[in-house]
Design a protein around this ligand. Structure first.
Ligand SMILES: C[S@@+](CC[C@H](N)C(=O)[O-])C[C@H]1O[C@@H](n2cnc3c(N)ncnc32)[C@H](O)[C@@H]1O
Ligand code: SF4
Length: 458
């Protein structure tokens, strides 16, 4: 790292969005009606059909057996195994409401199905089968359809994997976070390398061909030694992809994060060094950084997409291609028709009650303005290609005139190179990608938050 890095990390360590969407959810207008959402989804589906592609469906399963104290996800902690059945019925009812209200007689074309959470493998193998079969019964899969699932190695059994494989899943994402016993104890998540090995090997034997590991840097008590051990174990197990997330500390939204004290957290330079150190080890082992906090082997479709320039980013994170619409089912799920965003009720009981009453349970949304769409394009370019430019009129809005001024200081600090109508992130600037995207965020500029909304950028 360059000599002034410590100073830069201090200077740019500010609260900021992670840009899985633009505008970020806290800046949505929230006035979108269900009718507008359905209308734009129907249009997006027709376009997909014309192109020979299909929708993406995301299903959120909120349940987990115990709370990992760092967790920032929408999760419901419970030991009761009876909640799964009722929840599966609610999601299938929501799916039926969609089909009816979209007014389609033909099956919905489907290119991607992703189960996330919480912990989808909290459900039994039979419940997963009922849920997924119930969705697939009413779709027509495109020839290149891809199914993926997030799972926790502590609760993923051979029968889960067998059912998923039978249903067509080939991508598996395992929550690892850290292999160090002291860190694991501090975050209330004990899992051994052997446990992870067994699930990984079993999945591979069944034919899963892309396995992702989620790691986090910036957890309590992490240091270079613990990251070294975690990354060594990861390299031994050879996942095709790695999400190496920056720990997002948002205790005002997630009180579970108050289970450890902030003094135990590496911050600023110390935190970033953990990432640089881990990334260097992974690069030496053949992984390539393909976007913010993500690495992949050259054999994986995420690397191939980054190489071909088709890498995309949406509410689910990085994906290897653009697919629209994205229909989110289940509590707190976010949907995106490319013109309109909506989010489902975030509280489980409210979600289930509204579905039972026959309502598609959205509670907020946003219709993108022309300016939003153009600024989204630039933020996406930066997140997926580390550069963007607004040479052509379709990529220009007057707000961009102020961007060069906002990026002048990052330019002097060696984080970006500016051209007449564009900018390129330097190698040193990659650590500050969120800050660079913030220069393009007109909504943030016009209405600076008065309370802390976002995690810190470093
Ligand atoms: C839904 S969980 C993955 C599946 C399963 N629940 C598990 O934990 O194994 C999604 C991932 O988000 C990441 N995550 C959760 N809370 C986070 C936080 N506060 N900061 C950064 N990453 C976080 C973790 O890496 C986690 O694996
Ligand atoms: S990290 Fe995963 S398993 Fe842990 S509480 Fe969050 S969603 Fe549940």
């Amino acid at each position: 790292m360059i000599a002034t890095t410590a100073g830069l990390l201090r200077k740019y360590d500010v609260p900021g969005p992670r840009y899985t969407s633009y505008p970020t959810i806290l800046y949505w207008d929230t006035e979108t009606t269900l009718a507008r959402w359905l209308d734009s989804t129907a249009r997006s589906l027709s376009l997909a059909e014309l192109d020979g592609t299909g929708a993406a469906i995301y299903v959120h399963i909120p349940f987990c057996r115990s709370l990992c104290t760092y967790c920032g996800c929408n999760s419901r902690i419970t030991c009761s195994t009876s909640v799964g059945k009722a929840y599966v019925r609610s999601v299938l009812k929501e799916w039926e409401l969609y089909r009816r209200q979209l007014g389609r007689s033909a099956p919905i074309p489907l290119s991607e199905l992703h189960l996330g959470g919480g912990t989808p493998t909290f459900l039994s193998a039979d419940e997963l089968d009922e849920l997924i079969s119930g969705i697939l019964k009413h779709v027509k899969q495109t020839p290149d359809a891809e199914f993926s699932i997030e799972s926790d190695p502590r609760v993923t059994r051979p029968d889960h994997l067998a059912v998923l494989r039978q249903l067509g899943f080939r991508r598996l994402s395992l929550g690892i976070q850290d292999f160090d016993p002291r860190v694991q104890e501090a975050v209330n998540r004990i899992q051994s390398e052997q446990q992870v090995r067994l699930v990984t090997e079993h999945a591979r034997a069944l034919g899963f061909n892309s396995i992702n590991y989620d790691l986090i840097y910036g957890l309590p008590f992490q240091n270079l030694n613990s990251v070294e051990r975690t990354v060594e174990a990861t390299i031994r197990l050879q996942p095709e992809r790695i999400a190496f997330y920056a720990y997002a500390h948002v205790p005002w939204v997630k009180p579970g994060q108050r289970h450890f004290t902030e003094d135990d957290l590496p911050s600023g330079e110390e935190k970033r060094n953990l990432y640089e150190f881990g990334r260097t080890m992974l690069e030496q082992a053949g992984y390539i950084e393909i976007g913010m906090d993500h690495l992949a082997l050259k054999t994986d479709s995420l690397w191939k997409a980054a190489f071909a320039g088709t890498l995309h980013r949406n509410f689910m994170g990085y994906t290897s291609r653009f697919v629209s619409p994205l229909i989110g089912l289940g509590v707190s799920s976010i949907s995106d028709s490319w013109d309109v965003f909506v989010q489902n009720e975030k509280q489980l009981e409210t979600y289930e009650a509204r579905v039972a009453q026959g309502e598609i349970p959205i509670f907020r949304g946003h219709e993108l303005s022309e300016e939003d769409k153009i600024l989204r394009r630039h933020i996406l370019n930066l997140m997926t290609r580390f550069e963007t430019c607004w040479d052509s009129p379709e990529l220009y809005v007057p707000y961009l005139d102020s961007v060069a001024k906002k990026l002048e200081e990052p330019r002097r600090d060696g984080l970006v190179r500016l051209s007449a109508n564009g900018c390129e992130v330097t190698n040193n600037g990659k650590a500050f990608l969120r800050n660079i995207c913030m220069a393009f965020d007109a909504r943030l500029a016009r209405q600076a938050p008065t309370t802390q909304l976002f995690s810190r950028t470093i």
